[in-house]
Design a protein around this ligand. Structure first.
Ligand code: BGC
Length: 249
């Protein structure tokens, strides 16, 4: 069973066909820069280009960096605000030339990590956090996703956590790894106080550089591990969303 996974991010839109049994990419992924402004029609055009580039006619799953419920995009912190209230399932389905499933990007990455990566077989409470343009979150209890958690937006020092702790914030403020790790630690302590997770999976682009900051974190009870699927988790999770086990309500 194969499905095309498409991951809409703040800087790039990436796609690849996925082997759903193995959780692996069947071909090298293709990437197109996210248009600016990232308005719905411009992004839909990129979805059209990607599905055409793979000459794809099978199932398609798409991630979105905001809350998605019933196919509607409800927030868009790092994309154009005209996404709010858009029927993304209909718009992107039309662009793709067939039905699509659409879900939050961190939820998708979490689903993939739980099935094939760092969370495989783990019961209890698992918190996946993706550090990229923003901070995404996916919460699992005994393997079941609690969809659309938005823990990147909890308030720390009077500001959205992602404004201080995302990988973009690290780059924007030119923070050293040590200084940024301090902010991550502070954030994880807060999340731990709220959720007491058994496992925290760190994903997003920065997970490639986990050795630069994970060893600097101290005093968190939960086990903290980098995502195993790295940057492919979103694409794999998007594709998995097309299967009956995950298809949107
Ligand atoms: C959005 C989340 C998203 C995260 C990562 C946040 O700003 O609110 O829905 O998962 O960024 O893209």
């Amino acid at each position: 069973m194969h499905a095309l996974g498409i991951d809409i991010g703040g800087t790039g839109i990436k796609a690849a066909p996925v082997d759903l049994a193995a959780g692996t990419l069947l071909a090298e992924r293709k990437r197109i820069d996210t248009p600016h402004p990232a308005v719905p029609d411009a992004v839909a055009d990129v979805i059209h280009q990607l599905t055409t580039a793979f000459d794809w006619s099978g199932p398609i799953g798409i991630t979105f960096p905001g809350v998605v419920a019933g196919g509607e995009t409800r927030t868009a912190a790092n994309l154009d605000s005209s996404w709010i209230g858009t029927n993304a399932r209909a718009l992107l389905g039309k662009a793709a030339g067939g039905p699509v499933e659409i879900l939050n990007d961190a939820d998708a990455a979490g689903i993939a990590e739980m099935a094939f990566g760092a969370g495989k077989g783990v019961t209890g409470t698992v918190l996946m956090l993706t550090f990229g343009t923003g901070i995404g979150s996916a919460l699992f209890t005994d393997g079941k996703l609690v969809s659309n958690t938005e823990f990147g937006h909890i308030q720390i020092h009077g500001d959205d956590a992602e404004k201080r702790v995302s990988d973009q914030a690290r780059e924007l403020h030119d923070l050293s790894w040590g200084k940024w790790a301090g902010r991550v630690q502070n954030y994880l302590e807060y999340m731990e106080a709220l959720l007491s997770p058994d496992l925290i999976i760190i994903g997003g682009g920065v997970s490639k550089k986990a050795d630069k900051f994970l060893p600097l974190l101290e005093g968190i009870r939960a086990e903290i591990v980098p995502a195993a699927l790295r940057n492919d988790a979103g694409i794999v999770g998007a594709a998995m969303a097309t299967t009956p086990a995950y298809a949107a309500k």
